[in-house]
Design a binder for this molecule. Structure first.
Ligand code: C5P
Length: 223
């Protein structure tokens, strides 16, 4: 029987980028190592939670003691998330591609020396907003991330409202080193205020975030 601050809770986490195919060998993606999301999954498991990690393509091992589901695209990620619900806590740390190619080619596009292939883009589903706005089966605590290069707090406040989540973990990715790096400086943004943490290793951010969330999460259980 699991013990710890999140014993008996089901925590769902998305992590990593998504890959949106252009053709069988090319894709569109955001930069994301998955380090922060995977560290949060490991920290939630260490706190006794049952953890489902829905991961885009990353070069990290599956965290020990975590059920990890591997997906490629945003639409696959949304499907996997909906299949994994209900959850007590959902944390959306994935860097989902905002767009996909409308008609991905089934064969490799060739350089024929003539016209360049046009890429027509369509918007991907917003996984966080979709889950946070669910009328039924919304996890009691929904956490989003916001990576910004400027106006970090203002944009995070706007995102909190637009996406319908309970907490935004905002970080400034304007400098070098955060993307793919081992340290992170985050601000916890809710409707009641902002809490800024010092720059910490991503593992430490994960542990503190799970402690913080365990203090917020309603003592309600999935199913
Ligand atoms: O809108 P933006 O991409 O800045 O929002 C970031 C937050 O929304 C992150 O929590 C990210 O995981 C989530 N997101 C999502 N699905 C998308 C885009 C973003 O879940 N299509």
């Amino acid at each position: 029987h699991a013990t710890g601050a999140l014993a008996g809770r089901h925590v769902l986490i998305t992590s990593g980028p998504t890959h949106e195919p252009i053709d069988p060998v090319r894709y569109i993606a955001n930069r994301s190592s998955g380090k922060q999301g995977h560290a949060i999954a490991a920290a939630a498991a260490a706190a006794g939670a049952r953890v489902t990690l829905i991961s885009g393509p990353v070069s990290l091992p599956d965290p020990a003691g975590v059920e990890t589901i591997h997906v490629e695209s945003a639409r696959e990620m949304l499907n996997a998330v909906e299949t994994a619900l209900p959850a007590d806590i959902a944390i959306f740390a994935a860097a989902v591609a905002d767009w996909r190619v409308a008609d991905a080619a089934s064969d490799k596009l060739k350089k024929d020396g003539k016209a360049l292939p046009p890429l027509s883009l369509v918007e991907n589903p917003d996984i966080l907003a979709t889950v946070a706005h669910r009328k039924s089966g919304r996890p009691p605590l929904v956490v989003g991330f916001a990576a910004e290069t400027q106006n970090v707090i203002d944009y995070a406040r706007a995102k909190l409202a637009r996406k319908g989540c309970d907490l935004i973990v905002a970080n400034d990715v304007g400098g070098t080193g955060v993307m793919g790096g081992d340290a992170n400086t985050v601000h916890l943004v809710t409707t009641s205020g902002v809490e800024t943490w010092p720059t910490l290793p991503k593992g430490e951010v994960a542990t503190r975030l799970i402690d913080h969330i365990a203090g917020l999460a309603p003592a309600r259980q999935a199913e």
